[in-house]
Design a protein around this ligand. Structure first.
Ligand code: FES
Length: 197
């Protein structure tokens, strides 16, 4: 099976599974899957917050966890990914995240508590498909000005590496940043804000 076939097969499982994905650390990089993980049935049933250990998440890797039946992406963004956020703003529908699709503490360019770690619901704001990660290496396919981000194959919505929607997409708003907080340097609790935040 080719690498791309493996990726496609695994992506089909993202909504029900929990995975770690290498997210194209640089142009042309492959996207290896390195682990799987599930929250407990009891936690899922309760919609409880989910703890995520990001200590082993390498730059460019994505971990997908399930929270309240939705996939949530956790990506340690590379320098290149963060730099790309500055180059696309004029092409975005809501570059400053004025629509409250994120907690107030994530209303910034990276839409994150810590810029290098992205926490995002992997649910398209058009009709709910799961967008795909497409690195800068997909430029030929995505258009000459593509610098990487997420693409929803259902109806063609495009988002940058902070989940901000590009103008002209059917999706009306940026992707949703769920409430989350850091319990330590390397542990994020998804589904709950810091008390008082
Ligand atoms: S559901 Fe994503 S573009 Fe329609």
């Amino acid at each position: 099976m080719s690498d791309s076939e493996k990726i496609d097969n695994t992506r089909r499982n993202l909504i029900v599974a929990t995975s770690v994905v290498g997210a194209a650390a640089g142009a042309g990089a492959a996207i290896p899957f390195v682990a799987s993980w599930w929250p407990s049935e009891r936690a899922k049933a309760a919609g409880a917050p989910v703890e995520v250990d990001v200590s082993r998440l390498e730059p460019g890797e994505m971990k997908v966890i399930e929270w309240r039946g939705k996939p949530v992406w956790v990506i340690r963004r590379t320098k290149e990914m963060l730099e790309s956020l500055k180059t696309v703003t004029s092409r975005l529908a809501d570059a400053k995240s004025d629509v409250p699709q994120q907690p107030e503490y994530a209303k910034n360019e990276a839409r994150a508590l810590k810029a290098e770690v992205m926490v995002m619901e992997g649910v398209c704001t058009h009709l709910g498909c799961t967008p795909e990660l497409r690195g800068a290496e997909a430029r030929a396919e995505m258009g000459g000005d593509w610098s990487g981000g997420f693409y929803c194959v259902c109806h063609g919505s495009k988002f940058d590496y902070a989940g901000r929607v590009f103008k002209g997409s059917p999706a009306p708003t940026n992707l949703v940043v769920p409430p989350h907080t850091y319990l330590s340097e390397s542990t994020i609790l998804i589904g709950e804000d810091k008390k008082g935040a």
